[in-house]
Design a binder for this molecule. Structure first.
Ligand SMILES: Cc1c2[nH]c(c1CCC(=O)O)Cc1[nH]c(c(CCC(=O)O)c1C)Cc1[nH]c(c(CCC(=O)O)c1C)Cc1[nH]c(c(C)c1CCC(=O)O)C2
Length: 367
């Protein structure tokens, strides 16, 4: 891509750094807030933009990704934007076919069945060639954001991606993927290492393109027990943060990283000592106990039950107030405990954002 929009340098100056400050545990005037899946089907304008278009085709268009990323910010005063993309672009970059089937979700027509199938994957993935479209979307969006709020880049974590590549799509038991862990531990580690290598390069490419923070989604953490989590997830989450941080440091850069390991209660202490500045939490963890267990070592993000958005607006405001009291206003980024659902009322999302800003401002002023 040519021209100014594609130039990663010369980005507009950031006007609202509340999210970045909170990620680093610094003081802020209000608690920052954003929502996972804030660019999504609950917005009529999102449904209109996406109508009749293939999901991954949309992901490959920098202009479409930019527009979808900006849509929620036109409605709500979110303190961060997250680039519209998907975690499954990484398996695609490694040579796998993935389709988004309406009504069914992501589908791999030819998933990995046996360790021999690892030979089907690209040995060396050139992220600039395979995922350059994501980098171009990030650069374009960073310009079009005009410094309003920081832009978050993201990736799926190795175990979550491995489980999709073996299951071939969504699953309740994830038994095909877990079978690998017990029957083929060595091949599992080989695949997790291959994914880790691509993910590290992918995250560094996103930063070079203009991402100002990075979130790693371990959405399938909760189907592992504590021992399997340590061996097949945590090890790689740590390796990713360490390698990305080391490289960024060499270049004099410092980009906050968030780890979101859904349903991994038992992993919260370990996750707080894994080189990430922020630990994202799902709604099944009590805010106060999460603070105690992470001992002020990291900032926390989350964790309102997304379904609380079905409550009347006044009730949402009360729930937000309690959540803020539980986490405290320092080193805290408000969010939901998982993504927004398509049937959620945008007005209630707005009420959530407003409640976070209003209550947290009052709490900080009263300190
Ligand atoms: C597991 C996972 C996926 N994708 C993602 C995860 C990790 C987060 C999580 O745990 O939910 C990550 C993701 N996917 C999407 C984003 C965009 C940024 C944002 O958060 O706003 C992000 C961060 C867009 C999307 N990715 C998808 C949508 C909805 C489909 C569409 O727009 O047509 C969006 C907005 C599709 C998708 N992609 C995936 C699923 C399970 C689905 C839903 C399928 C369905 O419900 O039909 C895989």
């Amino acid at each position: 891509m040519q021209g100014k929009e594609a130039d990663p340098k010369d980005f507009p100056q950031l006007k609202n750094d509340t999210f970045l400050r909170a990620a680093r545990g610094e003081e802020t005037q209000h608690v920052p807030v954003w929502c996972m899946r804030q660019a999504g089907r609950y917005l009529p304008e999102f449904r209109e933009s996406r109508a009749g278009k293939d999901f991954f085709e949309t992901c490959r268009s920098p202009e479409a990704c930019c527009e979808l990323t900006l849509q929620p910010l036109r409605r709500f005063s979110f303190d961060a934007a997250i680039i519209f993309s998907d975690i499954l672009v990484v398996p695609q970059a490694m040579g796998m076919d993935v389709q988004m089937v309406p009504g069914k979700g992501p589908t791999f027509p030819d998933p990995l069945k046996d360790p021999e199938d690892l030979q089907r994957l690209r040995v060396k993935v050139d992220v600039n060639t395979e995922l350059g479209y994501v980098f171009r979307a990030i650069t374009l969006t960073r310009h079009k954001l005009e410094g309003k709020v920081p832009l978050i880049g993201f990736t799926g974590a190795p175990w979550t991606l491995m489980s999709y590549m073996i299951e071939g799509g969504g699953s309740n038991t994830h038994s095909k993927a877990k079978r690998w862990l017990y029957q083929h531990p060595e091949a599992s580690h080989m695949l997790l290492r291959m994914l880790t290598d691509v993910i590290v390069e992918y995250l560094l490419g996103q930063v070079a393109a203009g991402a100002q923070a990075l979130q790693v989604f371990e959405s399938h953490a909760g189907i592992l027990g504590p021992a399997e989590f340590k061996e097949f997830s945590l090890l790689y989450l740590r390796d990713i943060a360490r390698r990305v941080k080391d490289k960024l440091k060499e270049d004099g850069q410092d980009v906050p990283m968030i780890v979101f390991a859904k349903d991994a209660h038992y992993g919260v202490e370990d996750l707080s000592q894994s080189h990430y500045e922020v630990v994202g939490l799902d709604w099944t963890i009590d805010p106060r106990s999460a603070r105690e267990r992470t001992g002020g070592k990291v900032s926390l993000q989350g964790n309102m039950d997304p379904c609380a958005l079905y409550a009347p607006k006044e009730r949402i405001s009360d729930i937000v107030h309690k959540m803020l009291e539980g986490f405290g206003t320092r080193g805290y980024i408000a969010n939901l405990g998982h993504g927004l659902y398509p049937d959620m009322d945008p007005e209630h999302v707005g009420a959530f954002v407003q409640a976070v800003h209003k209550h947290s401002k009052q709490m900080i002023e009263q300190k």
